[in-house]
Write a protein that binds this ligand. Structure first.
Ligand code: S3P
Length: 441
């Protein structure tokens, strides 16, 4: 099968209802929590993408039995200290920063050193952000150039609780510390800049000894030793980060409407909705419910007639951190200049995404001014490409979100696109192209 996707036409108007796969953050967290529980946990609608399969593979290597079929996934947890594995174990987090960083928090008291590796993209990403706080618990690490994978973690039975100021707004870092804090005698205290809070909500739902004091820009989280984790049956709601591509496609298409069913709308994840509403896109939540501490709803989007530029308040950044690439496409069609600041973290994702945003927008003929942590986008409400305008997207470290954003740009603005490495979608959204094709029918 060719790994190249060619797009020659914009999408015609559509009125549809779709369902996107399960949330990636929740799927990985469910796998990890279930591996620590006492007994069998079941999940339905678990995201079956490469990142989650890597998580399943990792806990299997740690001696945990997993059975998956089309309908559900069963994990047979062995308790909080139940991992069993051979010496010289290597865990491969593949492309997943979430898996690589969170799992280290679970390995802080492992009796044998464990190697952690990842793919080319993950091997370029910062792991000191977790090795540094976890070292304070008494754990030792060896990292390539003190920062990168491959790394080796040397667990200890003499863990001590820590106080830590997490100031990057990284949920991965915060979650890793919470997992480590569960294994120490005493109370670990984290002052964490706001970021997605799925780990905390799962801890609360499982009645683990966690307390959270919310402040404006940060949360103070206290976690104590966990003796036992109950099994957790979970129906994973759909992923707002996967929905984002269809939200933007609908906003940018003429005379279209879309309903996306049963999406996780945790307030720490809905930055894209707030930003696009401020830009004039019509988006509604319907049928809102709370499920195991998480909010979910159906999301309705209507094509936007007048899109306005935005001076995006940085406090919205963490809630939209995975969605900025597609949000920038909306800014490209906006009236006026849009300005996004304090986005240095974007260049630390699966690829340097701020740089990729600049590249894609430039190929679209949109003027930008980019620094290391900001982008100004000079919108054009009439933005449409000549049908013969050739655009090629390649060598983007197989970043799934660069691929999907490029395809949404092609379908929204036209031109003749060649987009390489279409298998990159398997990281987070294996049936992305099928849903696109369903919208075309
Ligand atoms: C994630 C946290 C975010 C996000 C990533 C998933 C998580 O990363 O970009 O895709 O599930 O915790 P950071 O924690 O590094 O900001």
């Amino acid at each position: 099968m060719s790994k190249i996707l060619k797009i020659k036409n914009k999408i015609s108007n559509f009125k549809k209802t779709i369902t996107v796969p399960g949330d990636k953050s929740l799927s990985i967290r469910w796998v990890l929590f279930a591996s620590l529980a006492n007994g069998q946990s079941k999940a339905k609608n678990l995201l079956m993408s490469e990142d989650v399969l890597a998580a399943i593979d990792s806990i299997k290597k740690l001696g945990i039995k997993v059975i998956t079929n089309k309908r559900e996934c069963k994990i047979f947890g062995q308790g909080i200290n139940g991992y069993k594995y051979k010496k010289k174990l290597t865990i491969n987090a593949q492309n997943s920063g979430t898996l690589g960083r969170l799992i280290l928090g679970l390995l802080v008291n492992s009796p044998e050193p464990i190697n952690l590796i990842g793919d080319k993209s993950l091997s370029k990403r910062d792991f000191r952000r977790v090795s540094e706080p976890l070292s304070k618990f008494g754990v030792k690490f060896k990292l390539k150039k003190n920062n990168f994978l491959p790394l080796k973690i040397y667990g200890t039975s003499k863990l001590k609780p820590i106080k830590y100021n997490e100031n990057k707004g990284s949920a991965q870092c915060k979650s890793s510390i919470i997992f480590a804090g569960m294994r120490t005698n005493g109370t670990t205290i984290i002052k964490a800049k706001k970021s997605r809070n799925h780990t905390e909500l799962l801890c609360k739902h499982l009645r683990l000894p966690i307390s959270i004091r919310k402040n404006k820009t940060f949360d103070e989280i206290k976690i104590k030793k966990v003796k036992k984790i109950n099994t957790l049956n979970y129906r994973i709601p759909s992923d707002i980060s996967s929905s984002a591509f269809f939200i933007v496609l609908t906003a940018l298409s003429k005379n279209s409407e879309l309903l996306i069913k049963n999406v996780n709308i945790n307030p720490s994840r809905v930055g894209i909705i707030t930003i696009l509403k401020k830009m004039g896109v019509k988006i509604f939540f319907k049928n809102q419910k709370i499920y195991k501490g998480e909010k979910k709803a159906d999301i309705k989007i209507i094509s936007a007639k007048n899109i306005k530029g935005i001076n995006c308040p940085p406090k919205l950044n963490s809630g939209a951190i995975d969605e900025f690439l597609v949000i920038f496409l909306v800014a490209a069609r906006a009236r006026g200049v849009s300005y996004f600041t304090k986005l240095g973290e974007l260049n630390k994702k699966e690829s340097p995404r701020l740089k990729w945003a600049e590249k894609i927008l430039t190929k679209l003929g949109v003027k930008t001014k980019t620094t290391n942590d900001s982008i100004k986008i000079y919108g054009n409400p009439k933005l449409n490409l000549d049908i013969n305008k050739k655009i090629e997207i390649k060598n983007y470290l197989k970043d799934h979100r660069v691929f999907m954003t490029s395809l949404i740009a092609a379908l929204s603005f036209g031109g003749k696109w060649t987009i390489h490495d279409k298998d990159s979608i398997n990281t987070s959204f294996p049936n992305f192209l099928k849903i696109i094709n369903d919208l075309k029918k």
